[in-house]
Design a protein around this ligand. Structure first.
Ligand code: C2E
Ligand code: CA
Ligand code: CA
Length: 800
């Protein structure tokens, strides 16, 4: 992305460059074109001007000569010499005079228009000239008083002046001239910057150069040039690879020669100063280009830098980092965009915060939830792995929370959980330690960097924190929890394993009512069994794997069957027969026991209904557990079962263990009173194993005491047991209760109990627990011991 933006920067620079270059090149071409045109125009003007200058130059020189010639012709001595035809004196006067005025040619013609004498400034030796040309000049001088004009003398061009010598009529003609030669053309060039060449265009087409300021190559081109421009009009001629503005000026056309002056101006030369200008222009252009490259790079940066920053910021946001604000520089669009970006960033951060609060935080207590805890645990383990440290996890489950929730309501339960959360947070002091709620009444604490030994201190503090009674909504509640803890790397090498081992330790702690336990591999088998047991138990009810067994209860005096105790059996599809001792305690812990109770109640009710149908007046005793006593709906639900089966509550006895009642006596009392009011008979099971106070028992609406089998089976041999059993029987009777003895394993015990006044007995001696469908056979086969009162069992059966 950065790269692409940089290329955007490059593109901006290139575009600006290209535009600038285009404008510059166009300007350059236009300027160059107009310069060339301008230069040509000015060359034409210069040529025309040069023509005039050349004319003036010739005329001036002629005037000067004419003046000198007149002075000579007026000289008395010269006239006398002419009159006397003194050739020698004439020649010397011509020479003297001629050299004084700078004439390069002096001569004297007689009235017969023949050459009489020459000064030594004239061409030495021959004097060969076109007679007609001299004639015409003399004629003109005769007419006008003087004459001037070019003439070819001995193949050289001269500007000649002719003045008459009068005495008073013309007695001869003084001719003076100067050479129109290279010297003059060079003067002309110096004067006007024009090249001038004087050509004699012969009739045979040859051009003879009489004088020129041109140099070799150009001159040769001129001589060879085919098409010269028309005389009088500036034109162009290419010579030696260069363009020359060219103007032809005719000077003389006579029989002897056809002389033209060619004025020329090198266009290249004329353009040269402009070329210099163009060079400056070019330098300026290049300079401007460099300046604008720098400028456009800076501009492009100004545009792209905030964009790069925005891009980087967007990428950071993509990676979930919202902390860094974008520096808002530059007003206008980019600034607005950056501000909008910042607003967006804050908005996203806020919403993500909300989302993560929902996803990772427990709404009730404000603590992290299980997911967040897991993530932190993984981090802590990584850190510990990196520096060879440790990390401990605590898991706790509040005791009896479900009952609190059920009995005191969810509002109360919520308040309690918040209070527990606050206390746990008060316990941890180190940064990095973390309290989380796993849901329900389960809390966890993460202690990064702590091993088991270090964690023990915190565990103690947690226990102390929960020990203090909780005051919620003016209710005081004693709280306790099963706490398990385990450490990395001592107990597990991964987060998942560590959590599951901590859970196992917690279950062990709860099971043993041990308060807090560190993980021990010895827990493992049992716990794993328990965990799978729970799911299997659920399935057991659905799949009808539970079976109702009945064990008879009989009147000890006479041996009449009065009823039976309902005992659950689990026929596991793989494990086979599972005794209740192996799953009832666990079912009680997990609360699942209430499902079992209801299943039993329904089976018992349908059995009673069948018995009533068969004319059997027997009652069934159903066992209740601690959890059932906490269930405020229990009575209602039982009544519903009875209604469905069409049986009366009086046909049922509910057995509640002493310890279940003492777990929470107040709550138990409420439930027992409701059940009693509905007509259920109540029995205190396993009596003697708990520590219930008699004062308390007196307040309970119970009908029956059931002496625990551990005392009963010992009364034959153990005196103490016998004393306990006998006094328990008396105690029960004194309180107006029926007394039941369970665990009657032989006839001797039967008799001892009957003699002690015990009302009812139950035990292997009379009958082991059996499936419902075997109960009828047993009844029929049952014979009371010989020395007991005769029973009317047969009578009962006769009614069937
Ligand atoms: P419990 O309520 O005290 O039940 C009586 C137990 O004593 C039964 O054991 C029974 O088989 C056994 N027993 C009866 N006569 C004798 C005897 O002469 N000698 C000996 N040694 N034992 C005798 P079981 O069926 O194994 O049940 C054990 C415990 O499981 C029960 O003790 C009860 O606490 C619990 N339990 C059984 N079924 C249920 C149920 O449906 N609901 C609840 N909540 N608990 C149940
Ligand atoms: Ca029982
Ligand atoms: Ca019992």
């Amino acid at each position: 992305m950065k790269l692409r933006l940089q290329s955007l920067q490059t593109r901006i620079v290139i575009l600006l460059m290209a535009l600038l270059l285009l404008v510059q090149v166009a300007a350059f071409v236009v300027i160059r074109g107009s310069i060339a045109e301008q230069a040509r125009n000015s060359v034409s003007e210069e040529l025309l001007f040069g023509q005039r200058v050349f004319g003036r130059l010739m005329a001036q020189n002629a005037d000067k000569l004419a003046l000198g010639a007149r002075v000579l012709s007026a000289d008395f001595g010269f006239r006398a010499a002419v009159a006397s035809d003194d050739r020698e004196t004439i020649a010397s006067a011509l020479s003297n005079h001629g050299s004084r005025i700078g004439a390069t040619l002096t001569a004297f013609y007689g009235t017969d228009r023949s050459l009489k004498s020459m000064g030594d400034a004239g061409t030495s030796g021959e004097w060969k000239t076109d007679g007609k040309r001299i004639d015409s000049l003399i004629e003109q001088a005769d007419r006008d008083g003087w004459a001037a004009g070019p003439a070819l003398v001995t193949s050289h061009l001269y500007q000649l002046v002719v003045v008459p010598v009068r005495a008073p009529v013309a007695i001869g003609w003084v001719v003076m001239g100067f050479a129109v030669d290279d010297l003059l053309t060079k003067d002309m060039r110096a004067l006007s910057r024009l090249d001038i060449s004087l050509l004699d265009a012969r009739r045979d087409g040859r051009r003879v150069v009489l004088a020129t300021s041109l140099a070799g190559g150009a001159l040769a081109s001129l001589k060879a040039a085919r098409d010269l421009p028309a005389p009088g009009l500036p034109g162009e001629l290419e010579m030696n690879g260069q363009d020359y503005g060219t103007l032809l000026v005719p000077m003389m056309a006579s029989g002897e020669g056809n002389v033209i002056a060619v004025l020329q101006r090198s266009i290249g030369e004329a353009v040269a100063p402009f070329n210099h200008l163009q060079l400056i222009l070019l330098i300026l252009t290049l300079g401007g280009l460099v300046v604008s490259v720098v400028g456009s790079i800076l501009t492009a940066r100004r545009i792209t830098r905030p964009m790069i920053r925005l891009t980087e910021s967007a990428r950071r946001m993509g990676a979930g980092k919202y902390d860094q604000a974008i520096a808002v520089d530059g007003d206008r669009e980019i600034g607005d965009l950056a501000r909008a970006f910042n607003q967006m960033r804050e908005g996203i951060a806020q919403r993500e915060g909300q989302i993560s609060r929902l996803a990772y935080w427990d709404g009730l207590t404000g603590l992290p939830n299980r997911d967040l805890f897991r993530a932190r645990l993984a981090e802590a383990i990584d850190a510990a792995a990196a520096d060879g440290g440790a990390c401990t996890v605590l898991l706790m489950d509040l005791d009896r929370f479900k009952h609190v929730n059920d009995v005191l309501g969810h509002g109360f339960g919520d308040a309690l959980l918040r209070e527990v959360a606050a206390r746990l947070e008060g316990v941890i002091v180190r940064r990095g330690d973390l309290v989380a709620r796993f849901g329900g009444d389960e809390f966890a604490i993460l202690l990064p960097g702590q091993d088991v030994a270090g964690a023990c201190l915190i565990v103690e503090r947690v226990r102390a924190a929960l020990d203090a009674p909780l005051q919620v909504e003016r209710q005081t509640i004693d709280m306790s929890a099963g706490i398990g803890f385990a450490a990395y790397p001592e107990h597990a090498d991964s987060a998942a394993l560590l959590l599951s081992r901590t859970e196992i330790a917690m279950y062990a702690a709860k099971q043993r009512r041990a308060g807090a336990l560190a993980y021990d591999p010895a827990f493992d088998g049992k716990s794993r069994d328990s965990l799978s047991l729970l799911s299997e138990l659920r399935r057991a009810i659905e799949n009808d794997e539970l079976v109702l067994f009945l064990q008879p209860k009989l009147a000890l005096g006479g041996g009449v069957v009065v009823g039976a105790e309902a005992l659950v059996r689990w026929i596991h599809p793989q494990r086979g027969f599972v005794p209740p001792d192996q799953f009832i305690p666990f079912a009680e812990q997990t609360g699942f026991v209430s499902d079992i109770t209801h299943w039993m109640m329904r089976k018992a009710a349908s059995t009673v209904a069948a018995w009533r149908h068969a004319g059997l007046q027997l009652s069934i005793a159903v066992n209740l557990s601690t959890r059932d006593l906490m269930d405020l709906e229990l009575t209602n639900r039982f009544e519903e079962v009875l209604r469905d089966a069409g049986v009366a509550a009086s046909s049922f006895c509910l057995e509640i263990t002493e310890s279940a009642i003492m777990d929470d006596p107040d709550r138990a009392l409420g439930t027992l009173e409701a059940l009693h009011a509905s007509g259920f008979r109540l029995s205190i099971d396993d009596f003697g194993t708990g520590y219930s106070s008699l004062a308390y028992l007196k307040r309970l609406p119970v009908d029956e005491l059931k002496i625990d089998r551990s005392f009963v089976s010992g009364i034959e041999s153990d005196r103490d047991d016998a004393v306990i059993v006998r006094s328990t029987i008396d105690l029960g009777h004194n309180m107006g209760l029926k007394v039941v003895a369970e665990g009657v394993e032989n006839e001797a015990v039967w008799h001892l109990l009957r003699d002690a006044g015990c009302d009812i007995g139950q035990g292997y001696f009379m009958g082991r627990p059996m499936p419902v469908d075997k109960f009828g056979d047993w009844l029929q086969a049952w014979r009371p011991p010989l020395n007991s009162e005769p029973a009317n069992v047969r009578v009962l059966y006769a009614r069937r």
